[in-house]
Design a protein around this ligand. Structure first.
Ligand code: TXA
Ligand code: MG
Length: 348
């Protein structure tokens, strides 16, 4: 299949947008930018499109998709009940990086929800995404536009690396703003539960809807606890290299990573190190990249997936990373990093 490349970095191209919308209506797949990561879109009400998405990504079909909408009213036909808290959250955070889990209506095929009776819905805060949803009929199912198991794409070039020749079109809207997937909150429980941490923090949610809980699966260090979001159980966000996180006081972390890097290099391995601005000059024997300034979690979040992909491209086989537990987005960032590391964390 020839994948069309639609350059919209300088602004939305109306003709291409219309063509992309038609591809979606005809059951095809279009990758598009959002404010979080790039999504791989297909018609969310079409079982066949959902199956194509799973095939293109190599994703297990029990892992449900998020339906993207462009206006609040469109929530009604795809849900069987809308709790008051959903309205409050939408008023506060939509369009934006928040996904809500709600009971689904019969309009949504089981293929889209991976066999669940609930549906994940999000209204993205990105102009091109909203226009594509409208042009495509209003309901676009979209997982992150990566091959299953690889880090989520934060540029259209990342999408092309993984999906060129497997999907109908890629809309290039430049680099995304946030760089981590949306916060997922389950509103089917009495007390809403955060299933995946993201840019919208627990505190931001509880400021508008009161008490929220965290899914135990990502608060606990025990990887055997089963998360409620099916996708959270996979070794996800993963680079090809082995990743190890080293956590502790800065001095000790730098010393330990340098020892590990020297050992791996002596065995002929190509080593990558994820440092921060304050420490990057103190490492050696490796390809060293700073994720950013430790106090600037926006930058660290935006860089993380791109760094993991860059190390893959350079053929790195061992990556050592500092723990990036920054004050505000730390939970969301560490959730991704810990999974990329397959829970390999060394405390020093
Ligand atoms: O920021 C985002 O959310 C991006 C952009 C493209 O919007 N999308 C994204 O989709 O990250 P994906 O498919 O990579 O992740 C969706 C997550 C998976 O962990 C999935 O298991 C969970 O949402 N999920 C979807 N529907 C669910 C449901 N009904 N109940 C529980 N978890 C659900
Ligand atoms: Mg994903």
């Amino acid at each position: 299949m020839q994948t069309l490349w639609m350059d919209m970095t300088a602004g939305i191209q109306a003709e291409d947008m219309e063509k992309a919308g038609q591809i979606l209506k005809d059951g095809g797949l279009v990758a598009f930018p959002t404010e979080t990561v790039y999504g791989l879109g297909g018609n969310g009400l079409d079982a066949g499109a959902a199956q194509k998405i799973y095939a293109a990504k190599g994703r297990p079909s029990d892992n449900p998709l998020i339906i993207h909408i462009a206006q609040w009213e469109d929530l009604v036909p795809i849900t069987s009940h809308i709790p008051e808290k959903a309205k409050v959250l939408a008023d506060a955070f939509w369009p934006g990086p928040l996904t809500m889990i709600l009971p689904k209506s019969d309009l949504v095929p089981m293929e889209t929800t991976g066999g669940l009776n609930t549906v994940a819905v999000r209204m993205p805060g990105h102009k091109a995404a909203l226009e594509l949803i409208r042009a495509g009929g209003g309901y676009i199912a979209a997982p992150s536009a990566n091959t299953s198991g690889r880090p989520s794409p934060t540029t259209a070039a990342h999408v092309r690396e993984d999906l060129d020749g497997k999907i109908d079109a890629i809309i290039d809207g430049g680099e995304v703003g946030i760089g981590l997937e949306s916060t997922i909150v389950d509103l089917t429980e009495e007390v809403p539960v955060i299933l995946r941490p993201g840019y919208i923090s627990a505190q931001m949610l509880s400021e508008v809807i009161g008490e929220v809980r965290m899914d135990r699966a990502f608060v606990s260090a025990d990887p055997s606890i089963r998360p409620k979001a099916p996708g959270m159980k996979y070794r996800h966000y993963a680079p090809k290299a082995q990743l190890q996180i080293v956590e502790g006081p800065e001095e000790k972390v730098v010393e330990t990573i340098n020892e590990l890097a020297a050992n791996a290099a002596a065995q002929g391995q190509l080593v990558g190190i994820i440092a921060t601005d304050a420490t990057k000059e103190r490492y050696e024997n490796a390809i060293i990249r700073s994720a950013g300034d430790r106090t600037d979690d926006i930058t660290i979040a935006a860089h993380l997936y791109g760094l993991l992909r860059e190390f893959d491209e350079l053929g790195v086989s061992e990556i050592y990373s500092e723990a990036l537990d920054t004050p505000r987005l730390g939970q969301a960032i560490m959730n991704r990093l810990i999974k990329a590391a397959g829970h390999r964390i060394l405390q020093v």
